[in-house]
Design a protein around this ligand. Structure first.
Ligand code: NAD
Length: 453
């Protein structure tokens, strides 16, 4: 398939104005919901083949997530696309001012493999809701999931409106040479740079949803039971292959021992043994080998078992970790949880601030001053107080990184805005205008202007 031909068809289709019609967009979003639900079994089996992701996790973190997005836009599109009236300054009286959201045009969405459906389809849904055409390129790493999306969408949608491109680095490299009106990328900071460079050649705006090392801080006033339960779930869901999973823990050294015992007891309770159906596998051998090298056997507090034949890595807690350990030098993106300690809360914040800005950060505490310092002293994309991961499930919050963890954000109205241009229109009355700004300029006019400005 020639990607340039598809893009040319999409551009012609976009220029026909059809995608700007609200009824058209609603019809296709409803159709998308229908075909996804009709093909639910295919989606479950494909992702299970890719990395053993359970039906429960696939429903809660992927399919229902996308359906929720479709429902959100079906309900809110009327309002989101409406021109918004704003104030008009004195110099522009008599006039009225409005912001008219308009679709950017032909968009490209590039997904990551770790939540293959959510991270491909959610931005794609936002692109369509905002009135764009879209080429979606899911990650080839979750190959069966990519094929399932391509089958479901390409069989049910006209390619001049929406098309799923299959393939790997070679294909995406070709696609990135084309001129899009928006590129939305989810993946690593390293590939994010490649995408940003390609986009710059055409001055194409980008949203980059990247990764990084997201800390979870546990202070002495935290409720350990709640902290341990939520951290264990958020870290080991999807076997730690989650961009917003807590990458490492910083715990007050006074409470380290009892907190680590709580962590251990929840891991045992949630049963992540090799035969458990609900525990996801590592995506491929390359990542399995990378992760097992990060487990320093002398520092294992809990876990550490691995099985290459099943690409199984037991939830593993590492202790006595310093910033010099290999596990602290890269985003872990797997079920390994290093625990570091601190003596002073503000020093812990300084340590975090010395590294790249994380995508997420989490604080467990009952102390309001610590909450304020956490929010104001360190920069990160978004996060939670007394929870992990869940901020991304609230559509009323923007989701995205900052600095090395990304550019821009989406979800809910922020997704619609990510794929829209805010066109500013000043509409002036044709009567009642003073002559002040027109030549010939006089001293008297200048004095009036000075007073007015
Ligand atoms: P990746 O950067 O390797 O791949 C992402 C996408 O880029 C894939 O579709 C892939 O086909 C494409 N790609 C790979 N190499 C390319 C190249 N040379 N040129 C152009 N495109 C290329 O990332 P990944 O392994 O799929 O995902 C893991 C990373 O993504 C982690 O850093 C994680 O934190 C991050 N991530 C971020 C979010 C978020 O929402 N911010 C979500 C999930 C994952």
């Amino acid at each position: 398939m020639n990607f340039q031909d598809i893009l040319t068809e999409q551009r012609t289709f976009f220029n026909s104005q059809k995608t700007k019609n609200l009824k058209f967009r609603k019809m296709y979003l409803e159709k998308l919901k229908e075909v996804l639900l009709k093909n639910e079994d295919l989606l479950y089996s494909a992702i299970y083949l890719d990395f053993g992701k359970s039906k429960f996790d696939t429903l809660t973190t992927e399919i229902s997530f996308v359906i929720k997005d479709i429902d959100y836009y079906l309900k809110n599109m009327n309002f989101l696309e409406k021109p918004k009236r704003v104030r008009t300054n004195l110099a522009n009286q008599l006039g009225s001012s409005k912001i008219h959201p308009e679709p950017l045009g032909c968009t490209l969405v590039i997904g990551a493999w770790n939540y293959p459906y959510q991270l491909s389809l959610s931005p794609m849904v936002a692109a369509l809701a905002a009135g764009n055409t879209c080429i979606l390129k899911p990650s080839e790493v979750a190959e069966n999931s990519m094929k399932a999306m391509a089958k479901i969408i390409n069989e049910n949608f006209p390619k001049e409106y929406l098309y799923v491109a299959e393939g790997g680095v070679e294909e995406i490299t070709e696609i990135l040479k084309l001129k899009f009106d928006k590129i939305f990328f989810t993946g690593s900071p390293k590939v994010g740079q490649i995408v940003y460079e390609a986009a710059a050649k055409h001055l194409t705006p980008v949203t980059l949803e990247l990764g990084g090392k997201s800390p979870a801080i546990v202070t002495s006033s935290a409720n350990f039971e709640v902290a341990a339960k939520r951290i264990v779930w958020g870290k080991f869901v999807n076997a730690g292959q989650t961009c917003v999973a807590p990458d490492y823990i910083l715990v007050d050294e006074k409470v380290k021992d009892s907190f680590m015992d709580s962590l251990k007891s929840y891991i045992q309770k949630f049963n992540y043994q090799p035969d458990s159906e609900h525990y996801t596998r590592i995506i491929n051998d390359r990542n399995f080998n990378r992760l097992t090298k990060l487990i320093d056997e002398e520092k294992v507090f809990f876990g550490g078992k691995t099985d290459p034949s099943k690409r199984y890595i037991e939830p593993t807690i590492l202790q006595n970790i310093t910033w010099n350990d290999a596990v602290m030098k890269e985003e872990i993106f797997g079920p390994i949880l290093p625990v570091l300690t601190f003596k002073n809360f503000n020093e812990a914040l300084l340590q975090i601030a010395a590294y790249e800005k994380p995508l997420s950060a989490y604080l467990f505490t009952d102390n309001s001053e610590e909450k304020e310092n956490f929010i104001s002293k360190i920069s990160f994309g978004g996060g939670c107080i007394n929870d992990v991961v869940m901020h991304l499930s609230n559509d009323y919050l923007p989701f995205g990184g900052v600095g090395n963890s990304g550019i821009g954000h989406y979800h809910g109205k922020y997704g619609f805005e990510a794929f829209s241009h805010q066109k500013a229109i000043l509409d002036r009355a044709t009567w009642g205008e003073p002559d002040l700004k027109y030549p010939p300029y006089t001293e008297k006019k200048l004095n009036w202007i000075k007073k007015l400005l």
